[in-house]
Design a protein around this ligand. Structure first.
Ligand code: MN
Ligand code: MN
Length: 278
């Protein structure tokens, strides 16, 4: 099979916008180690052999050298935009969830009808958190303010307070709260989809290596079913909020690596056999 699309794995070692704990800057390296661990193989469940170097390339980490705030965002956005403009697609790993703002902003510049599928315990819609507008609690407020996101669909949410419910209504967010997942099997988009996965969407029993424990979450299999099953064309993704300092025996790094394999498989599938519904 010939395969021409370039898919890049890109590490984002940044955690300057975490409201509670540092650690996610260490995540890219740990996810790579788990990804290549000889305890598992590199086949996706959907049948792609990720040993095949025509499927994806590791672009390394964005070099931030301790940069924080807007300077870090500018560097991240430039790197992602450069890869996209070269005809590539990006799966980014690591970072606190604030990195999704520059990464998705880069996508919005070349993809005007972008849908976002956001999997998280938290809606991350705070207008402001700890006087940091770019906190990891706010990226989807900043993105929705641009008016350029076609649809934002959130899954796994279980922390809505009054402010975030108001923000959710204000931006017409479609929410599948954890207390009612009956609509998951019908999630479908017309056009391109960017998937943002905060690992705290999973129950801490499955993914303890995160900064904010929120019990009552998704199983690893729930997330894999969603990755395999939603309608639409996946064109980019991130896996954020792994905190290796809280991850006994690299359990969560291995979950993140497994999810990355299936995200790569879904991106390859959608480039090869486009399936759009919705
Ligand atoms: Mn979260
Ligand atoms: Mn988040």
């Amino acid at each position: 099979m010939s395969y021409d699309q370039k898919i890049y794995l890109l590490g984002l070692p940044q955690d300057n916008n975490s409201s509670f704990l540092a650690g996610p800057a260490l995540a890219p390296q740990r996810i790579r180690e788990a990804f290549h661990s000889s305890s598992a193989n590199l086949f996706t469940e959907t049948g792609f052999d990720l040993n095949d170097s025509s499927f994806w390339h590791d672009a390394g980490d964005v070099v931030l050298d301790g940069l924080g705030g807007i300077a870090a965002f500018t560097t991240i956005k430039q790197k992602v935009a450069e890869l996209i403009k070269g005809g590539g697609q990006v799966l980014s790993i690591g970072g606190d969830h604030s990195v999704s703002y520059p990464v998705i902003s880069a996508h919005l510049e070349t993809c005007p009808d972008l849908n976002i599928l956001h999997i998280d315990a938290h809606p991350d819609l705070y207008e402001n958190m700890q006087d940091n507008h770019y906190s990891h609690a706010s990226p989807f407020a900043r993105l929705m303010e641009t008016g350029r996101v076609k649809r934002l669909v959130q899954v796994g949410i279980r922390t809505l307070n009054r402010h975030q419910r108001e923000q959710s209504e204000r931006y017409n967010v479609e929410t599948h709260e954890m207390r009612d997942l009956s609509g998951l099997s019908s999630i479908s988009f017309a056009g391109p989809v960017y998937l943002s996965l905060d690992l705290d969407a999973l129950d801490p029993a499955f993914a303890p290596g995160v900064s904010h424990y929120e019990p009552g979450g998704l199983s690893t299999r729930d997330v894999l079913h969603l990755i395999h099953g939603f309608g639409g064309k996946l064109i980019g993704a991130d896996v954020v909020e792994l905190n290796p300092l809280r991850d006994p025996a690299d359990i969560t790094a291995m979950v993140a690596a497994k999810i990355c394999k299936e995200l790569l498989g879904r991106m390859i599938t959608d480039n090869t056999f486009p399936r759009e519904r919705g």
